[in-house]
Design a protein around this ligand. Structure first.
Ligand code: 13P
Length: 250
């Protein structure tokens, strides 16, 4: 059976104090044993979160980005191996906010996925179309293109280290969620494409998360779709009660 994942992307939010409270509240919560909870926190918080978790394996830590080179004169950047040393098991790559505000191309995202996998870091690879592409009915082709370019050169064995997240840009932070049917259409298209490339067994095992205004009130219906294996949650992951509710929505 495929893994179920509730992943929180904190983005550039939380003071140290707020982060500690959030983690402690999550640790007091309960959710299904089959659900993996992930928190993607700012770089500065990675090691602290590891300490607060105190070895509790129910929650995994993720970074929100890494550089594609292993080291060197890249002022202000953080490498995949540094992120691993700070305690992260996952890294979010290709988020639309990185693509938009930091000009990250499919090729760059591909190099970052390469760097992550080479360092034993699991990648949460984000895909998603802007509103005008959806309105022109080009969304499936657009996202499958991102998928193909982002995963170029990734081997069959490495696919086990990958989580895919479909996050339509028009649904991020807007309160407008993709309908379960809209999301399922894309998840199904992504999984079919993976089946074509890597065969049914591998493709069936890849977790594909939905992201974009997921809330406690809509999570259950979204997660109930055949090809939706969980969520990548922004705003609602900053409230422990909401996030725990979402983690129980499978
Ligand atoms: P929201 O849940 O705030 O829409 O953000 C989604 C997201 O970008 C997660 O990576």
């Amino acid at each position: 059976m495929r893994r179920k994942i509730a992943a929180g992307n904190w983005k550039m939010n939380t003071s140290k104090h707020e982060a500690e409270s959030l983690i402690r509240e999550l640790l007091q919560g309960t959710w299904g044993d089959e659900v993996e909870m992930i928190v993607a926190v700012p770089f500065t918080h990675l090691a602290w979160v590891g300490e607060w978790l105190g070895g509790d394996a129910r929650i995994a830590v993720a970074a929100q980005n890494c550089h594609h080179m292993s080291h060197g004169a890249y002022t202000g950047e953080v490498s995949a191996s540094m992120v691993v040393e700070a305690g992260a098991k996952y890294v979010i790559l290709g988020h639309s906010e990185r693509r938009e505000y930091f000009d990250e191309s499919d090729d760059l995202v591909n190099s970052k996925i390469r760097a992550a996998l080479d360092n034993g870091l699991r990648a949460i690879f984000c895909l998603g179309e802007p509103l005008e592409i959806r309105q022109a009915d080009g969304h499936v082709e657009y996202v499958l293109n991102q998928l193909e370019r982002g995963l170029r050169g990734i081997s069959l064995e490495e696919m086990d280290q990958l989580v895919i997240a479909y996050e339509p840009i028009w649904a991020i932070g807007t309160g407008v969620t993709a309908s379960p049917d809209q999301a399922e259409e894309m998840h199904e298209a992504i999984r079919s494409r993976c089946t074509r490339w890597w065969g049914a067994r591998k493709a069936a095992a890849i977790p594909i998360l939905y992201g974009g205004s997921v809330k406690a009130s809509n999570a259950h219906e979204l997660f109930g779709q055949r090809n939706i294996d969980g969520g990548l949650i922004g705003g609602a992951s900053l409230d422990a009660k909401d996030f725990l509710e979402i983690a129980k929505s499978f």
